[in-house]
Every structure is written in C-alpha cells, then in structure tokens.
Write a protein that binds this ligand. Structure first.
Ligand code: DAH
Length: 352
C-alpha cells in the first residue's frame, strides 16, 4: 500500500510539473490551477486517503504528499508570474503613424441641436424645462387657454381630433375629446395646476396641425413656449428675457420689436420680431428690406388662463410666448424649406 501511494504521489507531481513547464499562456496556467488545486484536487484525494494508513505509514506518506503539493504549487506560481511579467513586444507593438480607424458616428438633427441650445440658454437664466402630452384633452389645448368652443382654432380644418375620445376617467376635464395638441400652450395650465408662482419655465415640444404643407408649413413641427408667472411680471421682463435669449442664440446683440396682435390666451397680446440676423437692421433680402424678422406670438397671460388653473383673478401676472423651433433652426442654419426636417433624407442631417 505504501509503495503504491509513493508512486502515485511521484507520478502526480511529475505530470503536474511537466504540464506547468509546457504551459506558455496564462490561460493554460489557470487551467492547471483548477485541475490541481480546484475543488476536485488530486492532492486533496491523496491527503484524504491517508486515514486508511497506519500511524507509521501516515508519518512517512503525509509529509511526502504535502511537499509534492507545495512543490507543484510553487512551480505553478513561478510560471504564472513569469508569464505575467513577460513583455510581448510583438503583440504590443503599435504603429503610431498609421491612419485612424474612422468610426461612423450619427448626426444630430438640427432640431435637436437647436433645442439643446435653447435649453442651455434658458436654464442658465434660471428657467426650468416642462413637458406635457402630445395627445391632449380638449380642455388643456383649448378651454384652459381661453379658446372658447366656438373659436375657429378648434375647427376640424385646423386640428387632428382623436376618435372614441371619451375617457373612462370620471373627472369632467378628462371626459372630453382628445386632440393632437396644436401648440405647446396646452402645457401652461397643466404646469400651473401643479405649481405655485413664482416660476419660469420653457416647454419645448412637438405639435400638430391639419395643414396644407409648403416650404413654410408642416403638419408636424416643434414649438417652444416660455412662461413666467409671479407677483409683478411685466412686458419689460418679457423684453429683457427675449433680448437676452435671442442675442445669445444668434451670437450677436439683437433688438426686439413688438406689434399688437390677438391671441386668446394673452391680454395684451403681441407678435414680436427680432432685428435681422443677417443685416443687423439695415434691410436686406433676408428681411425683405424691413430690417426685422418675424418670430412668434407673446403677451401677458390672460387672467382667464390663471383662473382656469385655479388661481385667484388678479393675484398674479405673467408673460408667455410661443413659436416654431423649425423656424429658428431655419434662420440659424439658412434652411430654405421646413419639409427637410421630416424628409428622412440623410444628406440633410449629415450637414450638421
Ligand atoms: N400658441 C400660439 C400658436 O401656436 C403661439 C403663442 C402666442 C403662444 C402667444 C403664446 C403666446 O404663449 O403668448 O400659434
């Protein structure tokens, strides 16, 4: 029995040492570690079987098995360390003069770029960014912003109405027809209901109109709304915010001009222009020689809108504006047709 055990140990040790000597990768040394010292280690088996031997035999075989195990362990450790420290010049060699491996990266849509620019400028002025649903209730899209039921803006011509619009919700507001929101003004009252003034927000988002499309009209486009409500908000505040924003956005000092106009959700209401980004106001072909570029609608928030949100009449004042993001991108990048944005033509986006 003893002779047999001795042979087994020697054989095991020699086989292991040979395998270790032959290994020339860390993968192989790791495999050997698992074979010889993993869960089913042959050394453990040997040490376990010692219990069948007499005390005298144990005294001889025990140290033999142990020293074989240690010898193999050390050989494996030495080999692993040697492999780890080996510097493989060939595989690590790089040609620093070789041309780069050009990755094909995607392109941001000019709209995304413009939206990010807008958000950055406004957040730097302390504005928050708000959001709302694109499929909107008639209430938030129209009633809440003071567009009465007989207003032409509700007409089937202007708006996409959803079929089967009656919601299961028992609240009166939700039991209405749904529309694809026609403007981002629909988020105004949603936000007001959940917040107490003062606040300043912008609402960028997608809107929909039943339009005959042409170079400046699309059925799907983007607007961004600004809304500031507080104790003493004035038209002067609007002018200052607008001037700061447009000057930063176009990277040059611009002036703002107001023209009286009508929007149901503001009183007084106006349309506003910026001094021409091309000629600075002298008059050129971009501004039809007027020196001004039309931007969008704005005004002091109508008290009916604040009341629709649950505020007391005349408790707060505010200003709001809204206009097309595509239009802004078209002005900045000199894009001549709004239909490019949704054309899916990759040659268009690749330019930005
Ligand atoms: N919602 C208007 C539109 O889509 C734009 C607008 C005008 C928004 C005046 C406003 C505003 O907040 O004060 O045509």
């Amino acid at each position: 029995m003893m002779g047999y055990m001795k042979d087994t140990i020697t054989q095991l040790k020699n086989t292991a040492l040979e395998a270790i000597a032959a290994a020339n990768s860390l993968k192989e040394t790791e495999e050997l570690r698992i074979i010889y010292f993993g869960k089913k280690s042959p050394f453990t088996d040997i040490l376990k079987s010692l219990k069948n031997l007499s005390t005298e035999e144990k005294r001889k075989i025990g140290p033999l098995a142990n020293s074989a195990k240690i010898e193999v362990q050390e050989a494996l450790k030495a080999k692993t360390e040697a492999l780890e420290s080996q510097f493989d010049a060939e595989s690590e060699w790089i040609d620093v003069t070789a041309p780069g491996d050009k990755k094909n990266s995607g392109h941001l849509s000019p709209l995304t770029i413009v939206q990010r620019d807008i958000e950055e400028i406004f957040t730097s002025m302390g504005f928050e960014i708000a959001d709302g649903p694109e499929v909107e209730t008639e209430f938030y899209n129209f009633d809440a912003v003071n567009v009465p039921a007989d207003h032409p803006a509700r007409d089937m011509q202007d708006t996409f109405w959803a079929k089967n619009a009656v919601s299961k919700d028992s609240s009166e507001k939700e039991c209405e027809q749904f529309v694809l929101r026609t403007h981002t003004s629909s988020v105004q009252v949603r936000y007001m209901e959940l917040h107490t003034p003062p606040y300043r927000i912008i609402i960028p988002g997608r809107v929909f109109r039943q339009e005959a499309t042409d170079a400046s009209h699309e059925h799907t486009f983007h607007q961004f709304e600004a809304l500031v409500v507080g104790d003493d908000v004035s038209v002067a505040n609007f002018l200052s915010v607008a001037e700061t924003f447009f000057s930063q956005f176009f990277g040059k000092k611009l002036k703002i001009r107001l023209r009286p106009s009508y929007f149901p959700f503001v009183e007084p209401g106006f349309e506003f222009d910026i001094s021409c980004t091309n000629c600075g106001g002298k008059g050129c072909s971009s501004c039809q020689q007027t020196g001004w570029l039309e931007i969008g609608g704005a005004g002091m928030v109508h008290q009916n809108v604040l009341v629709a949100a649950g505020y007391e009449r005349d408790q707060y004042t505010g200003f709001a504006w809204g206009f097309g993001m595509e239009r802004l991108a078209m002005m900045k990048y000199k894009i001549d047709d709004v239909r490019h944005f949704h054309s899916g033509d990759i040659r268009f986006t690749k330019q930005f």
